[in-house]
Design a protein around this ligand. Structure first.
Ligand SMILES: C[S@@+](CC[C@H](N)C(=O)[O-])C[C@H]1O[C@@H](n2cnc3c(N)ncnc32)[C@H](O)[C@@H]1O
Length: 256
């Protein structure tokens, strides 16, 4: 999807860093739910360039271990570069559908906005169940792209969300499915939380939610009329802008 419909995407590492910087509150919420303490071994599946690894490394201290896994060599290289001097942080190239770890390796496992991209979310959840200790905690934060709210033209907001869900994100409504899928995979669901960070800066929101890029793609795909798309983007840029994505945060546990 790097150059979908002839519209280039930004550099992935830069993109992840931008999102991480804008998502501080929600990331803290997910970290708090993880209840880390010294000595624990924790897996961050789909770790990207490693935005969340320092906080986890601090919490488990050098008596614990933080393991980041990502399927993308570029992400693994960026994270390895950043953490080569942290002996208790390991980065592995790997696929969540077939994790390169023994059964019951981890006390905790987390994913942040990675399940939305995998081919088979249920298979990945089964793998997480396998590699967690009995009683081990799973925490996952995922968006629901059909619930991105943007002040302004409601029909254009809906058309944009429809296009994101149908064409741009593989598992676009994974957030609302988390509890059901986790139970089906064998987890006990402890709680489900939501977060809806509010954005007022169009330029920042545009980098993260790709209003300009994906509207252009939707126009090229015939999903949005060019005149409507261009008018909507012009309105968003000139208006008193407000947008908010809906995030779901799952707290689940592997049964004892
Ligand atoms: C939106 S990024 C989030 C990165 C990081 N969790 C963060 O919060 O900054 C999603 C990441 O999941 C990774 N990913 C996608 N499918 C994966 C899979 N099957 N196994 C492991 N990682 C995967 C991508 O390469 C990407 O780095």
């Amino acid at each position: 999807m790097a150059n979908a419909l002839g519209v280039p995407s930004p550099d992935k590492v830069t993109y992840m860093d931008t999102v991480a910087a804008a998502a501080v509150d929600y990331k803290q919420q997910l970290l708090d739910l993880l209840a880390l303490k010294p000595g624990l071994t924790v897996l961050d599946l789909g770790c990207g360039p490693g935005a969340d690894l320092p906080a986890m490394a601090d919490a488990v201290t050098t008596s614990g271990r933080v393991v980041g896994v990502d399927i993308d060599q570029k992400m693994v290289d960026a994270a390895t570069d950043r953490f080569h001097d942290h002996p208790h942080v390991e980065i592995h190239l790997g696929d969540g559908h077939a994790l390169p770890f023994e059964e019951a390796t981890f006390d905790r496992a987390r994913m942040d906005r990675a399940l939305q991209h995998v081919a088979d979310p249920s298979a990945v959840l089964s793998e997480l169940l396998r590699v967690l200790e009995p009683g081990g905690l799973l925490r996952i934060g995922e968006p629901d792209w059909d619930s991105l709210v943007v002040d302004g033209d409601l029909e254009m907001n809906r058309a944009f969300n429809r296009f994101t869900c149908s064409t741009m994100v593989r598992n676009a409504t994974i957030g609302r499915q988390l509890a059901r899928l986790a139970r089906a995979a064998g987890f006990e669901v402890e709680s489900v939380h939501t977060a809806a960070p509010v954005f007022h800066d169009f330029a920042l929101a545009d980098e993260i939610f790709a209003f300009t890029r994906n509207t252009e793609r939707a126009i090229r795909a015939g999903a949005i009329e060019r005149a409507d798309g261009e008018r909507w983007l012009a309105e968003l840029q000139s208006a008193d802008f407000t947008a908010a994505p809906l995030m779901f945060l799952l707290a689940a546990r592997k049964p004892l």
